[in-house]
Design a binder for this molecule. Structure first.
Ligand SMILES: Cc1ncc(C[n+]2csc(CCOP(=O)(O)OP(=O)(O)O)c2C)c(N)n1
Length: 438
């Protein structure tokens, strides 16, 4: 049987006169499993070397910021340049604490999946700064439309850990009643829009929400997060068009972590230009930021939030980072990329870098850091035990079966009522009760 067609390997058809035969380029990642990785061709610029334009600057006057990298933390662990947000030590420690908590949470939930307590989990290792720093730069009542790798926003906004775990376990205390894939949180009180598994749908929703906020004369802005792979979806481009046309008070964050499961960023266009540069084509202010530098992430988000709040329009921010672990618990990255990539990533680790900065300015030390890590791990462990009382995967302590028919329609349509009755009758006939497991 014929294999997949590789246009580059097809025999060239006979040229028509003097015209060359056409061909396509199919992107191929530089490194595959076992390959030696050399990232020295990535231009990471100099910390502190990027200009900081006025927050009302016209996008056309700041084009270079879509191609360079805004960086603040240097190899000397000091903060440099005009993008230094000059945060006080207490705020820096808080930021570090949120990142440590996300890491501890991710570790335990990942393990919980391996132990069969949940069906699914997604870590954000290496990308913590890209959700926590922007969340801290926004007002607590600004509306966020995240993707599935922004658990850091909920942690930064003080969402109870136990609610996150109940949702991950889909247990009887799960506020979403088991209707969402584990990790697809939702919290109206925390301004956290329901996560959608359909990639990029959150981007036009964020723009629409921001437009509505402006129409109502409100002062709250919106922010959305989307993976670089997902920017290939049409929804993202509709979002950009609406944001630009109506000068919507919105921040479009692209998390470029280099991989979309096993597809490298080249399949979404990274070989041609930067993701930040997409903004320029729409007339949207665009910033490209070292996503492993928490101070640069904060500064860029603050710049964009001030701009939106002052009716100066939307900003698109590309956070240049690296997905240090698998896409999810269902993924094994050793099958498609070199294990060396993580070690060789030229922008280091966001937690290590912020920690080193705090130590360098005399506001932190190794002992306090170790104690904080331990405290986070203990808290997550204790909360996990608490959540387990409400049930884990397969233990049947979930919401009653018939609730799947509730909350969608104000009045249940007749055909669903029929289905509900039939399902409950069959369940009782089989198990003698509607809730055979508890
Ligand atoms: C519309 C749509 N297409 C495909 C998928 C399957 N899918 C889920 S995650 C994912 C990769 C997304 O990668 P990226 O946007 O780069 O985000 P990352 O996972 O790296 O954070 C794909 C293809 C989906 N959920 N929705």
């Amino acid at each position: 049987m014929a294999g997949p067609v590789d246009p580059e390997k097809q025999p060239a058809p006979a040229p028509d006169g003097n015209r060359p035969s056409l061909s396509l380029h199919v992107p191929e990642p530089k490194y595959r499993p076992g390959d030696t990785v050399d990232f020295s061709d990535i231009d990471i610029g100099t910390p502190g070397g990027q200009p900081r334009p006025d927050e009302s600057a016209h996008p056309s006057q700041m084009g270079e910021l879509a191609y360079s990298l805004i960086r603040v933390l240097g190899d000397d662990n000091q903060a440099h340049g005009p993008w230094n947000p000059r945060l006080d030590p207490e705020t820096l420690r808080q930021m570090l604490g949120h990142m440590a908590m996300v890491r501890a949470f991710d570790e335990r939930m990942f393990r919980g999946q391996r132990q069969g307590k949940t069906s699914f989990y997604m870590k954000c290792t290496g990308e913590e700064a890209t959700s926590i720093a922007p969340a801290m730069a926004l007002a607590s009542d600004d509306m966020v439309f995240p993707s599935y790798r922004q658990q850091g926003i909920l942690i930064a906004r003080g969402y109870p850990l136990i609610e996150m775990i109940n949702q991950i376990y889909s247990n009887k205390a799960d506020k979403l009643k088991g209707r969402q894939l584990p990790i697809m949180y939702s919290s109206r009180e925390h301004g956290f829009f329901s996560i959608s598994g359909n990639l990029a749908t959150q981007t036009p929703q964020a723009v629409g929400w921001a437009m509505a906020s402006a129409i109502k004369g409100d002062s709250r802005i919106a922010a959305t997060w989307v993976g670089e792979g997902s920017t290939a979806e049409g929804d993202f481009h509709s979002a950009c068009t609406f944001a630009a046309v109506y000068n919507a008070p919105v921040i479009l964050n692209i998390i470029n972590n280099q991989w979309a499961i096993s597809s490298f960023s080249g399949f979404a266009g990274a070989e041609r230009t930067t993701f930040a540069a997409r903004g320029l084509g729409y007339g949207i202010a665009a910033l490209r930021v070292d996503g492993n530098d928490a101070l640069a992430c904060f500064a860029a988000a603050q710049w964009a939030a001030n701009r939106a709040r002052a009716n100066q329009g939307p900003t698109l921010i590309e956070y240049f980072t690296y997905r240090a672990e698998g896409h999810s618990t269902s993924d094994d990255p050793s099958g498609y990329r070199s294990a060396q990539e993580r070690e060789e990533w030229p922008l280091g680790d966001p937690v290590t870098r912020l920690k080193a900065h705090l130590i360098d300015i005399g506001e932190w030390d190794e002992e306090r850091h170790a104690a904080m890590d331990l405290e986070c791990a203990e808290l997550v462990k204790a909360t996990t035990k608490e959540a387990e009382k409400n049930g884990i995967l397969g233990h049947g302590l979930h919401h009653p079966f018939h609730t799947m028919f509730e909350d969608v329609y104000e009045e249940l349509p007749w055909h669903l009522e029929e289905q509900a009755d039939q399902a409950i009758r069959e369940r009782i006939a089989k198990f003698g009760t509607e809730r055979p497991f508890g």
